[in-house]
Design a protein around this ligand. Structure first.
Ligand SMILES: [Zn+2]
Ligand SMILES: [Zn+2]
Length: 391
């Protein structure tokens, strides 16, 4: 979700840089410009107890929202969870300077400085830094998912005599099982080809750079800054920013699926930048604040811009218009959760994924008034060994 898409300063229509990434139950914030906490409050997401914030660099239009947001978490009485802020070299020094604003925080604040070569391994995916060209200590971020096991072939499992239940779950996880008659069944006998993970690249501020092309190679989505249009090309060079055409050239060389231009100078509406970029690379969007990009697993479609509030057919500003979200199912991992979410959305039901409080799983939530329809849609799933459990 694009919370802020303006370069350098807020305008009436655009807030400065911030982007929220939702993956399963995780909420990762990239950059936190002035007013980001209010942008979140105004969005359909609200202001969650964020646990991780990633800074691309330390220019004011990317970090000024931090002290206020961190104080709000403190005023809410947050003690757990702790909060980790990742950023380039210099981030620790910045927080030293923020100390008079922050005072004592009731929760644990951890600062982690990253270099462009650093990799954060996480369950099922990793976050990698990459080098950008902005004249200051700065870092781009990649989110790269591991490939997922192939689809479970129920007919093949039936033919091999694998009973419904536990054995199928083990095979689906990639491990072999021995049947009661002593037959050994391996996962590749009942699973289709491995399914590709997703890849997302976020540049932060940068001039066009070969390191960005390399990092973003074959990404599903490249979020690239585009501060200027072609007529400000010289200025873009002087300030180490990119024009729309330059960002499009990076996207073309990197063979990405979708280019999202952001960090738009206040003099542009966005459409002229999209027009200039499209002459070089066709799949370009210039999101407005609160627009989202849905990034499905590759076998399920291509990334798509969803205009603000369009997904749920309601205004992102009006929280009271939303029916209470309640849990309809539990999923074991992100793949299952997003498959369920897609199934429900295809049935016309708004669905969200959130981390379950106690266990490892993920909760799939639907509006209270759609609960029955959602249960029907899930029951219509015919796979007998489906790993989806009732709440
Ligand atoms: Zn900036
Ligand atoms: Zn900057």
């Amino acid at each position: 979700m694009f919370l802020g898409t303006s370069a350098s300063m807020p305008t009436a229509r655009r807030a400065p840089a911030a982007l929220l990434l939702r993956r399963g139950g995780e909420r990762l914030l990239f950059d936190c410009a002035e007013g980001t906490q209010r942008q979140l409050q105004r969005s359909s997401v609200g202001l969650p107890e964020l646990e991780e914030i990633f800074l691309t660099h330390l220019h004011a239009d990317h970090v000024l929202g931090l002290p206020g947001m961190l104080k709000t978490f403190a005023l809410r009485g947050r003690e757990e969870p702790g909060l980790t802020v990742y950023g380039p070299r210099g981030t620790r020094d910045l927080f030293g300077k923020l100390k008079p604003f922050l005072g004592r925080l009731p929760y644990r604040l951890t600062i982690v400085e990253l270099s462009p070569a650093d990799v954060l391994e996480r369950g099922g995916y990793r976050i990698e830094g990459f080098a950008v060209d902005h004249g200051v200590s700065a870092i781009g971020y990649l989110l790269v998912e591991e490939d997922r096991p192939g689809r479970f072939d129920v007919a093949a499992a039936d033919a091999l005599g694998v009973p419904p239940g536990r054995e199928r779950g083990i095979l689906q996880g990639g491990d072999p099982v021995t049947l009661s008659d002593g037959t050994l069944i391996t996962a590749d006998e009942v699973l289709g080809p491995a399914r590709l993970g997703r890849k997302l690249a976020i540049t932060g501020d940068t001039a066009p750079a070969p390191s960005v092309v390399q990092a973003a190679y074959r990404a599903d989505v490249l979020v690239h800054e585009s501060t200027f249009g072609e007529e400000e090309k010289v200025r873009a060079r002087e300030t180490l920013h990119a024009t729309a055409v330059e960002a499009a050239e990076v996207a073309r060389l990197a063979e990405v699926k979708l280019l999202a231009l952001t960090h738009v100078s206040p003099r542009y509406s966005g459409s002229e930048l999209a027009g200039q970029a499209r002459a070089i690379f066709p799949d370009v969007v210039v999101p407005q604040d609160f627009d989202t990009i849905e990034l499905p697993f590759p076998e399920r479609g291509t990334p798509e811009l969803v205009k603000r509030g369009a997904a749920a057919g309601k205004s992102p500003y009006d929280q009271s218009a939303m029916s209470r979200m309640i849990q309809v199912a539990t999923a074991g991992d992100v793949t299952e959760a997003e498959e369920l979410q897609e199934l429900l959305r295809n049935a016309g039901i708004d669905a969200e994924v959130e981390a379950a409080d106690e266990e490892d799983g993920l909760m799939v939530l639907v509006p209270e008034n759609s609960l029955e329809a959602a249960q029907d849609a899930i029951e219509a799933l015919s796979e007998p060994d489906d790993l989806i459990a009732e709440p």
